[in-house]
Design a binder for this molecule. Structure first.
Ligand SMILES: [Zn+2]
Length: 114
């Protein structure tokens, strides 16, 4: 790969990061909740299905956000965007790493030639 190709590839990747407003980190979980009293469904042992956004933090902490069923598609999409963003950031970092190595090789070459 030439420097020009690496720069072009990096800039194309960076352009994909322009729509960062909707990203969301975490994972979707489904839980069943049970009311302790006064609910016929729960009295029958059925319970209620609940969607939860589970977000992990350093130190093993997690935060859970209850979701309305209608929010699930939107959350699923936003979680996918987060994964795409991470992959794109990683790819840009690889390109910059390549460019660093290229810069070093070229300055070595210049030193030898002068
Ligand atoms: Zn209930």
């Amino acid at each position: 790969m030439t420097r020009e190709q690496a720069l072009q590839k990096r800039d194309r990747l960076a352009a994909q990061l322009s729509s960062a407003t909707e990203i969301l980190r975490g994972s979707l979980l489904q839980r069943t909740t049970h009311h302790s009293s006064g609910c016929l469904k729960c009295a029958r042992g059925e319970g209620h299905l609940l969607w939860v956004l589970n977000v992990g933090y350093p130190g093993g902490k997690t935060r859970q956000v209850s979701l309305h069923r209608e929010q699930v598609p939107q959350v699923r999409k936003a979680l996918g965007l987060y994964r795409d963003f991470k992959q794109t950031l990683e790819a840009i970092s690889e390109m910059n790493q390549f460019l660093l190595r290229l810069d070093r090789e070229e300055s070595h070459k210049r030193e030898r030639e002068s």
